[in-house]
Ligand binder design. Structure first.
Ligand code: FE
Length: 185
């Protein structure tokens, strides 16, 4: 049986070279840079894994059986959510699922964050619903995965550096294997 770590490694090997929308890095470089940011920030192992796989929805969109089974549309965080929730513990998939909400939250609450957004990220903000209203911010803060989602979003923003050296995918596979969905869940 193929392990989840094998699946993740195979997806990055097959599609990781595809472009990260509007940025100077590939999907694989972006994933590895985000995971490296989490390691350097002494994040939990689950958040390191979440950083590695947070955009995997972009790479598994070609997997129609998953999409049909889950009845989700093509928005990448929803596709990613279905794929991740079937495989990982919630400490991985919840922050990953919330990474777009966390961007909308930070844009509403942190002027410095907003000022540092890349051009492509500013452009997609409007499509994602723009900065959160005060009501949305309060609801988001009440989410048990709020803090980890915001941390992940900051790694995401830092993970767009052309040519930055990172560990390879293999470096993170033991952590992936330790953050799987519990058997009884
Ligand atoms: Fe990302």
């Amino acid at each position: 049986m193929t392990s989840v770590a094998d699946e993740v490694a195979a997806i990055f090997a097959a599609k990781g070279e595809s472009a990260y929308y509007g940025e100077d890095v590939s999907q694989l470089e972006h994933a590895l840079q985000a995971a490296q940011c989490a390691l350097r920030d002494h994040a939990t192992e689950a958040l390191v894994v979440a950083a590695l796989v947070h955009d995997i929805g972009h790479l598994v969109e070609g997997a129609p059986e998953d999409i049909a089974d889950q009845g989700v549309d093509a928005r990448h965080e929803e596709v990613g959510q279905a794929w991740l929730a079937a495989r990982f513990c919630k400490e991985v998939y919840e922050p990953a699922h919330l990474h777009v909400a966390a961007k909308r939250y930070l844009c509403a609450t942190d002027a410095e964050y907003l000022g540092k957004l890349s051009a492509a990220s500013v452009q997609s903000l409007a499509l994602q619903g723009g900065p959160m209203s005060a009501e949305e911010q309060a609801a988001f803060r009440a989410n048990p995965h709020f803090a980890e989602a915001v941390r992940l979003r900051r790694y995401d923003e830092q993970a767009k550096v052309k040519g930055l050296a990172t560990p390879p995918v293999a470096h993170f596979m033991a952590a992936v294997a330790r953050c799987l969905k519990p058997l009884n869940a």
